[in-house]
Design a protein around this ligand. Sequence first.
Ligand SMILES: CC1(C)S[C@@H]2[C@H](NC(=O)CCCC[C@H](NC(=O)C[NH3+])C(=O)[O-])C(=O)N2[C@H]1C(=O)[O-]
Length: 351
Amino acid sequence: VTSPAPDMDGVTAALKAAMDKGAPGAMARFSGPDGVRIRTVGVRDRASGAGMDTRARFRIGSVSKTFSSVVLLQLVDEGRLELDAPVNRYLPGLLPDERITVRHLLTHRSGLAEYTDPMFDKTVPGFEAVRNRVFTYRELVGLSLALPRTGEPGAAYSYSNANFVVVGMLIEHATGTPVATQYERRIIKPLKLRHTSYVHPKTSIKGTHVRGYLHPDEEGAPLVDSTEQTVSWAQSAGAIVSDPADLNTFTSALMRGRLLPPKMLDAMTTVTPTDTAQTRFYGLGLRRYDLSCGTQIYGHTGTVQGYYTYAFATRDGSRALSAMANTSNRGAVNTALGGTLEAAFCGKKTA
Ligand SMILES: CC1(C)S[C@@H]2[C@H](NC(=O)CCCC[C@H](NC(=O)C[NH3+])C(=O)[O-])C(=O)N2[C@H]1C(=O)[O-]
């Protein structure tokens, strides 16, 4: 079955809509059987006026969770961790409930509370309070445990960065190395992701990069340049830097089975619904979106101060799209940017 050609006019329209809603710029890169298509709108740097550029790096936020999930699932495949083992078997005393398992973390069903809700309740003050801070994993887990749990282990999906902070702790416990080493050895080097890095707690982004701009809560207040930050509030839940080409390489390679053996990839892509409409699903550190044309795409979304990201591929890895807009705290921008997915994977709408 031949797949539909991407509707790149539709992708451009979605990027322009993201700008209309408040993004200084946006970009998308599609990789498919007929090659690569790129589109850019607006600027990657408001001060210099430098145009958006698909060779520029940016913060991918929670797309990092899929990188962390791949490393953890490789460790499971190597017999060094067990998916259905209690987290406390590996990290004694860390969590107050022995029933919370490794799988509960990867599916956001642990009941661990989302500490970024209070942290970023006031968007700019919250960001300024942490942008140069360096947290330990245990401090972040402590912030979550200070809040009421969201449910019983295994009961309901409730997204929390805390889950993937603990995933980072498990990776470091099982390997005796920092997560950065594992990303490099297991994903970045094998896939030759030359513009992907985990530089926590450094605040700068090396090479050509996109500057990110945070919308304050107060309507009409000037944008805040949020490019430089440690992202220590997220770490293994959101601190990776990458670019569109590397993200497409990553999602395609993952779906083609280059990072995980078939049974582990099947486990990762076994999903449950996260919305009542049953078009949004979550597996093990991986989202599945069911598009209007029947195509199912797998990947992750990201929201980090100044950057919205989508990084998805088809189940056979033959088609991939990554899209980014350099603003955040502006839901309408995120929604508009999401329009690139339907255009890219479903092609031109027939009348
Ligand atoms: C589930 C999400 C959306 S939130 C989660 C993670 N990002 C964060 O936890 C940061 C949230 C605050 C970001 C900030 N918002 C505020 O400060 C609002 N007061 C902004 O918009 O820059 C990520 O990335 N994930 C997204 C994901 O997985 O798509």
